[in-house]
Design a protein around this ligand. Sequence first.
Ligand SMILES: *Cc1c(COP(=O)(O)O)cnc(C)c1O
Length: 391
Amino acid sequence: MNNYMEMTNHNLVHTYNRFPVVLERGEGVYLYDTDGKKYLDFAAGIAVSGLGYRDKELTDVLKMQIDKLMHTSNLYYNTTCGKAAEALKDACGMDRVFFTNSGTEANEGVLKAARKYAWKKGTGRYEFIAMTASFHGRSMGALSVTEHEAYRAPFEPLVPGVKFAEFNNLESVKSLVNEKTCAIILEPLQGEGGVNLATQEFMTGIRKLCDEEGILMICDEIQCGMARTGSMFAWQSYGTKPDMITMAKAIGSGVPVGAFGMTEKVAEYSLEPGDHGTTYGGNPFVCAAVAKTLEIYEKRDLVNHVRETGAYLKQKLEELKETCQGVLECRGTGLIQGIRLDKPAGDTVKKALDEGLLIISARSDVIRLVPPLVIEKEHVDELIEKLKKIM
Ligand SMILES: *Cc1c(COP(=O)(O)O)cnc(C)c1O
């Protein structure tokens, strides 16, 4: 372990059991620690660094923006924000967006927007339905729709009016709907919850249910959005447009920024001046990152690139499953893949570090692979070689 880490780790609140490695720099899809050791990155800072590291086109724009203007507050319009908003709303299929500083805050925003919509319409609706194994963040509102007992218990009571339906079980959702239901929130692909993909039937069923009952459908695409599943946003591959969507992680390629989007139908009855705000949100610096990120995605056709490399990765993982004892299942789509083991994933993740491979887990027994979206087939081959050694 690096000495500096031993010396200074105690300055931080002990909220993480960090891996014994100190990362110093990155290049392409590789990271290097303070001893110069090289790591193949299949974690991407938890699905954030879609473009990998030191993408010159991106860093040049960021440097330019630092020299020009970093912050104005939302009391003033700025053109960088306008440009990012236009590109992002087109990419995610919504009509209006609001920039936040994180994914958690994006989810806080949509919960408030949904409550405001019901309030303004005078429906008296306030309840939320969320899913088992969901993850939406750690603040009081986002945690209230997160179904993970260990995360919740010390902080109760949380926001009232939340019910949990079984993920991918439409009947379970239906049984919880009543005249108080305000919105249904779900991840089309649960990342943290174990790499669980929503079925077509589930997504279509929820959309239909929401339309029939006057409920808002919210998709949390913080992890599964931005081409990760092989479509720009996961909902697009189902053809089930939500009323609101939340985004973060990859949208700034490492610059901390999130967003939520809504359709005009919601916007018309929802947040108004005075209802919601953020000081940093959507400042010129982070918006330069968002605008450039989206431009690069389109120019390099990353959606198709993810489809190709994702299919290759899946095929290689299926082959690995046949040869490795202890691999129970491979699941996922595009460049978010899970390997379910017959034991806790923590040991494998630690062994991978020694082999120069960064991977993460999801829940206790699933290895989660969320590499930079710019990986090539040769990197998949390198991953498989390393995994064979480890497992
Ligand atoms: C990471 C994540 C969040 C929380 O985002 P932060 O930026 O960490 O606040 C919320 N929902 C999902 C699905 C996530 O993966």
